[in-house]
Design a protein around this ligand. Structure first.
Ligand code: C2E
Ligand code: CA
Ligand code: CA
Length: 699
C-alpha cells in the first residue's frame, strides 16, 4: 500500500535509527526521553537551548523539578503527574522556567514508550516553545478589554469604509448598536454640519499622513447633534494587511456645557443674565472699533435707578430683584439687537448703542420705558432713572474706560439735577471737575505740609482809632507758586471734604494767636471767617467747644465768627440754632459782607447775629457816590435800631474815615489802617500805631 514519505518508515532499520537520531538532534523543539519513573535519560540540543540546562545537568532528574516555577499552573502539573503515573501520554501548554529563571510557555506532547517497542520503556516528550503565541494571545486579550471598557467610542472600518466593529462606548455615545452599524458607512453619524470640503480635506490628510484628529459635530441615533473629539488612524490589518480605519472619539457635550457655564459665570450677571462689566468691556471695545471703522457715532449710556436702595429696603430683596429683572427686560426690548445692555452694579446698567448720535429719541425712550408702571403684588410702582450719555467719537474719547467714566460722570450730573432725566457728557465740565480734583488734592497736601498761614488785619474804633482786634485772613504759602490769596483756592474748597478740615485749621491757628496776645496782656478780639457750610455742619459746635476748653484763659467773647450770607444758611431755623449755641459758649457772631446778598434783611431779622460788617463794595466810592452814602447811612440807621455794632470794611483813605465817623459807624477796617500782616508783626505794628495812630496807605 503506498505511503507518503513522512509517515512511512524506511525498510532499512539502520537508516531508520540514523534518521530518527538526526531528527531528534536537529529539531529546534526540545526532546526529552525519560525512564518509566520520569527520570531523564536523554535530551537533545534543542532542549538545552530552550532551557539553558546541559544534558549533564539534567540526566537522572525529573523534568518537573527542573523546569517548573512559582507561576506554573498547579492543575496542569497535577494532570501531567496523573497521566505519567498511569503510563499515559498527554498534551499540555505549560509555563516553564529556564535555568536562569526566564519564563516561557511550552507546548508538551508526551508519549509513553512501551516495552514492545524494542527499547527501554519510558516517555518521549517533545516541547515546543509557544511564548510568542502566548504573548500575542495575551495582547489580544488586553486589546479586547481596552476595546470593551474604553470610555471613548472605537469604530473600526475596512478599506471600503464599512464599519466592521464597534465597542460598547460607541453604542453608549451614539445610541447605535452593533447590529445597526456593522457593514454601514460611518456617514450615518454625520450631522451635515461639516461640508464636502471638510471631508475632502479629512480624507486627503488621512491618506497622506495616516492620521486625522479634530473636533466634529455628529448626530446620535435619536437625532441629537453632539460635538466629538475624533482621531482616526489608517492601519493595516488582517492576514493580507488590508487598509482599515480605527476611529476613536469622545463626546464633548458635557465638557462644552461646562465650558459654556464657566463662560456664562465669567461674563454674565447672575440675576438678570445680562452681560457683566467684563463682557461689557469686550463689547464696548468692539463697538469702538466698529465706530472707528465706519465713522458712525455710537453712544454709551450709564443708567442708575432713582431711589432704588430705599425701595429695596422697603419691599425686600426678592421684590427688588424682580424689579431689576423687569428693568433688564425693558432695556433689552427698547434696544436694537446689536446694541448691548449690561448690568454693572446693584441698580446700574450700561448700554452701548451703535450708530446713534446725540439728537436721537432713544435716550428719552430708555427713560420712558423704565417709568412705565410696575406691579408688585397688589402695589403699582413707578420707577425712574437718571442717565449719563457720552457720544463717541464726538467726545474724542478713545478708550472704553474713559467712555465709561465719562458716561458715569454725566449720570452723576443728571442725578444732581433731579430724578428721571439724562445728560450728555460735557467736556468743559469734566475739565473743570478735573482741575477741581487736582486743586483739592494739592490743597490737602498743602495743609499736611503746613503751607497755610494766617495774616491779621486790624479793626479800629472810628471814634478814637483805638485798636479793638484783628481779622484773620488765610493765605497759602505755596512752595513754587508763592503766596496765594484765598480767592484763588477757597472756591475749590467750598463744598468739598476739605472745607471743614481747612476751617478747623483756621480756628486752631487763630485761637493760638489770640492766646499769645492775651498772654501778652493785649485784650484784643480775633475775627475768624467761617464758611457757612462749616458753621452748620454737625461737628462745628463740638469742635469749637473743645477748642475753647483747651484755652480756658481766653474769654470767648474775644472770639468773633464772621459768617457770609449764603444758601447754606437758608435753613434759617437750623442756622439760628447753631449761632445761638455758639453764643451760649460766649462767642460773638458777625454777619459778613452785609448788603451783597439777596436777603440781607431777612438774615438780619432771623439770625441772632451780634455784629454787622458792611461789604466793601458800598464803602469804595462812599466819599463821592451819594447813592452808596445813602445805602450805608440806612444800614447804619437800621443796625442802630437793632442795636448791632457795625464794621466798615475796605476803608482805604482818610476821606473814607471822615465819612464813616460822620455817619456814626462804630468800627473800621482797611488799608487806611493797615494791610493784613503776619502774626509776628502784630505787636510791633500795635506800638507804632499807638504812637502815631494814622498812617494812611493808598492801596
Ligand atoms: P472778607 O472776609 O470780606 O475779607 C476782607 C477782604 O478784604 C480780605 O481779602 C482783605 O485782605 C481785603 N481788604 C481789607 N482791607 C481792604 C481795603 O482797604 N481795600 C480792599 N480792596 N480790600 C481790602 P482777602 O484776604 O483776599 O480775603 C478774601 C475773602 O476770603 C475774605 O473776604 C473771606 O471771605 C475769605 N477768607 C479769607 N480768609 C478766610 C478764612 O480763614 N476762612 C474763610 N472761610 N474765608 C476766608
Ligand atoms: Ca471777613
Ligand atoms: Ca467782607
Amino acid at each position: 500500500m503506498p505511503t507518503t514519505a513522512t509517515t512511512a518508515l524506511p525498510d532499512n532499520p539502520e537508516s531508520l535509527d540514523r534518521l530518527l537520531a538526526l531528527v531528534a538532534l536537529h529539531t529546534s523543539n526540545g526532546v526529552v526521553i525519560t525512564d518509566v519513573n520520569g527520570r531523564i535519560r536523554w535530551v537533545n540540543h534543542g532542549f538545552e537551548t530552550m532551557t539553558g540546562f546541559t544534558a549533564g545537568d539534567v540526566l537522572g532528574r525529573k523534568p518537573g523539578d527542573l523546569l517548573q516555577g512559582p507561576d506554573t499552573d498547579p492543575a496542569t502539573v497535577q494532570y501531567m503527574r496523573q497521566k505519567l503515573a498511569a503510563g499515559e501520554g498527554f498534551e499540555v501548554d505549560i509555563l516553564n522556567y529556564t535555568r536562569d529563571g526566564q519564563r516561557h510557555w511550552v507546548h508538551i506532547n508526551c508519549t509513553p514508550i512501551r516495552k514492545d517497542e524494542g527499547v527501554e520503556p519510558g516517555f518521549l516528550a517533545i516541547q515546543t516553545d509557544i511564548s510568542v503565541r502566548e504573548q500575542s494571545k495575551h495582547r489580544l486579550r488586553l486589546a479586547a478589554s481596552v476595546f470593551d471598557s474604553s470610555h471613548d467610542a472605537i469604530m473600526i472600518s475596512d478599506q471600503h469604509n464599512r464599519i466592521v466593529d464597534i465597542n460598547p462606548a460607541f453604542t453608549r455615545i451614539t445610541g447605535y448598536s452593533k447590529d445597526d452599524v456593522i457593514g454601514q458607512n460611518p456617514r450615518i453619524l454625520s450631522s451635515g454640519r461639516q461640508g464636502r470640503t471638510f471631508y475632502d480635506k479629512f480624507w486627503r490628510t488621512l491618506n497622506s499622513e495616516g492620521y486625522w484628529c479634530g473636533e466634529i459635530w455628529n448626530r446620535r441615533k435619536n437625532g441629537d447633534e453632539y460635538p466629538e473629539l475624533l482621531s482616526v488612524k489608517r492601519v493595516l490589518l488582517g492576514p493580507t494587511d488590508q487598509v482599515h480605519y480605527v476611529a476613536i472619539f469622545s463626546d464633548l457635550t458635557t465638557l462644552k456645557n461646562q465650558a459654556k457655564e464657566m463662560e456664562r459665570i465669567a461674563h454674565y450677571d447672575d440675576l438678570t443674565n445680562l452681560p457683566n462689566r467684563q463682557l461689557l468691556a469686550e463689547k464696548l471695545d468692539s463697538a469702538i472699533t466698529h465706530a472707528n471703522r465706519t465713522g458712525k457715532p455710537m453712544a454709551v449710556c450709564y443708567l442708575d435707578l432713582d431711589g432704588f436702595k430705599q425701595l429695596n429696603d422697603q419691599l425686600g430683596r426678592a421684590a427688588g430683584d424682580k424689579l431689576l429683572n423687569t428693568v433688564a427686560d425693558r432695556l433689552k426690548r427698547v434696544l436694537r439687537d446689536d446694541d448691548t445692555v449690561a448690568r454693572v452694579g446693584g441698580d446700574q446698567f450700561v448700554m452701548v448703542l451703535r450708530d446713534v448720535d446725540r439728537d436721537e429719541g432713544v435716550y428719552q425712550r430708555i427713560l420712558d420705558t423704565i417709568s412705565q408702571p410696575v406691579t408688585n403684588g397688589q402695589q403699582v410702582l413707578k420707577l425712574s432713572a437718571c442717565m449719563g450719555v457720552v457720544v463717541f467719537p464726538l467726545g474724542n474719547d478713545d478708550d472704553s474706560h474713559r467712555l465709561l467714566r465719562h458716561a458715569d460722570q454725566a449720570m452723576y450730573t443728571a442725578k444732581q439735577e433731579g430724578r428721571n432725566n439724562y445728560r450728555f457728557f460735557d467736556p468743559a465740565l469734566d475739565a473743570h471737575r478735573n482741575q477741581r480734583r487736582q486743586q483739592l488734592s494739592e490743597i490737602s497736601r498743602g495743609l499736611t505740609n503746613q503751607e497755610f498761614v494766617l495774616l491779621f488785619q486790624p479793626q479800629v474804633r472810628t471814634r478814637d482809632l483805638a485798636v479793638t482786634g484783628f481779622e484773620a485772613l488765610i493765605r497759602w504759602q505755596h512752595p513754587t507758586l508763592g503766596l496765594i490769596a484765598p480767592g484763588s483756592f477757597l472756591p475749590f474748597v467750598e463744598g468739598s471734604h476739605m472745607e471743614i478740615a481747612l476751617g478747623e485749621w483756621v480756628l486752631k491757628a487763630g485761637i493760638t494767636e489770640l492766646g499769645r496776645w492775651h498772654a501778652a496782656g493785649e485784650q484784643l478780639t480775633l475775627c475768624v471767617n467761617i464758611s457757612a457750610a462749616h458753621l452748620v455742619s454737625p461737628t462745628f459746635a463740638p469742635f469749637l467747644e473743645g477748642l475753647l476748653r483747651q484755652w480756658p484763659r481766653i474769654d470767648p467773647a474775644f472770639l468773633h465768627l464772621e459768617v457770609l450770607e449764603s444758601t447754606a444758611l437758608d435753613d434759617m431755623q437750623h442756622a439760628r440754632q447753631v449761632i445761638s449755641r455758639c453764643q451760649r459758649l460766649g462767642v460773638k457772631v458777625a454777619l459778613d459782607d452785609f448788603g451783597t446778598g439777596f436777603s440781607s434783611l431777612a438774615y438780619l431779622r432771623a439770625l441772632p447775629v451780634d455784629i454787622i460788617k458792611i461789604d466793601q463794595s458800598f464803602i469804595r466810592d462812599l466819599p463821592t457816590n451819594t447813592e452808596d452814602r445813602a445805602i450805608v447811612e440806612s444800614i447804619l440807621i437800621l443796625c442802630s435800631r437793632f442795636q448791632r455794632p457795625v464794621v466798615a470794611e475796605g476803608v482805604e483813605t482818610q476821606a473814607h474815615i471822615d465819612v464813616l465817623s460822620e455817619l456814626g459807624c462804630d468800627l473800621i477796617q482797611g488799608y487806611a489802617i493797615a494791610r493784613p500782616m503776619p502774626g509776628t508783626e502784630v505787636s510791633r505794628w500795635l506800638s507804632a500805631w499807638r504812637t502815631t495812630p494814622i498812617k494812611v496807605q493808598h492801596g
